[in-house]
Design a binder for this molecule. Structure first.
Ligand code: ADP
Ligand code: MG
Length: 249
């Protein structure tokens, strides 16, 4: 049994704004093991991004607690690639290291190696405008990996792309994360994306969110995300989760 990297217990989040209170999270508990790929799925507005913001330390929980079981560096990747248009691809990927004050020759070499390994060798000195949406998303992932995070938080990281690119980039992102030995929590509202990529899926109710179900995803022949979509078990999981996400929650 692999070690638990993260334990989340009874998280609650209430936002206060001019119109009053918004209870985003009611009671959220789950854990994540080292090297696991966990997806959080739920209807739009149910509080998925809020969970990642709390884990990343950008928002404070109103109740409950979470605990990383070792000193954990977090990488956070958002839906929009938010690459800076006036920096070339390499310089975009070095931003995190610059901000942390850890940019040195060794770290720079590591980033160049990642870019080369994951098909971006010819684009290292090109600008974001020269790249396709899928490639930019790959760059955004490498920028996130540059600071050597232990855990990646992916918030709808593929949803701005068209369907074909999303399929391809799912395979890329999945294999990069697995090859680099990372742990990932991915937020999505796309059932197929979650099933095809995850070891485990946490299904949330609509707002205020509670954990409705947790599925262990087991394919007899686990393959790449694109191939997993063709597996016999896929439709079964899809059907169950689709029912869970039904409006009558
Ligand atoms: P999801 O990512 O599942 O779509 P969010 O976590 O972004 O949902 O938001 C959950 C709920 O909290 C929504 O109703 C949203 O409007 C509200 N919310 C999110 N951020 C804030 C904020 N900073 N202030 C007030 N309400 C917020
Ligand atoms: Mg969101």
């Amino acid at each position: 049994m692999e070690n638990k990297l993260l334990e989340v217990s009874n998280l609650q989040k209430i936002y206060h704004d001019k119109s009053g209170e918004v209870v985003a999270l009611s009671d959220i508990s789950f854990d994540v093991k080292e090297h696991e790929f966990v997806s959080i799925i739920g209807p739009s507005g149910c509080g998925k991004s809020t969970i990642l913001s709390i884990l990343a330390g950008l928002e404070k929980a109103s109740g409950g607690d979470f605990n990383f079981n070792k000193n954990t560096t977090i990488g956070y990747m958002l839906q929009k690639d938010s690459l800076l248009p006036f920096r070339n691809i390499l310089d975009n990927c070095l931003i995190g290291l610059e901000i942390n004050g850890t940019l040195n020759e060794e770290n720079k070499k590591y980033v160049i190696k990642l870019l080369e390994t994951y098909g971006l060798k010819e684009f290292i000195y090109k600008y974001p405008a020269n790249l396709s949406g899928g490639m930019r998303q790959r760059v955004a992932l490498i920028r996130t990996l540059a600071v050597k995070p232990d855990i990646l938080l992916l918030d709808e990281a593929m949803s701005a792309l068209d369907y074909q690119s999303r399929l391809a980039i799912s395979d890329d992102i999945y294999s990069i994360i697995k090859n680099e030995g990372k742990t990932a929590i991915m937020v999505t509202h796309d059932i197929a994306e979650a099933i095809s990529m995850s070891d485990r899926i946490i299904v949330l109710s609509k707002r205020p969110a509670i954990v409705k179900k947790i599925y262990n995803i087991n394919f007899k022949e686990k393959s790449t995300p694109i191939n997993n979509r063709k597996a016999k078990e896929f439709a079964d999981y899809y059907d169950k989760i689709w029912r869970d996400l039904d409006v009558h929650i």
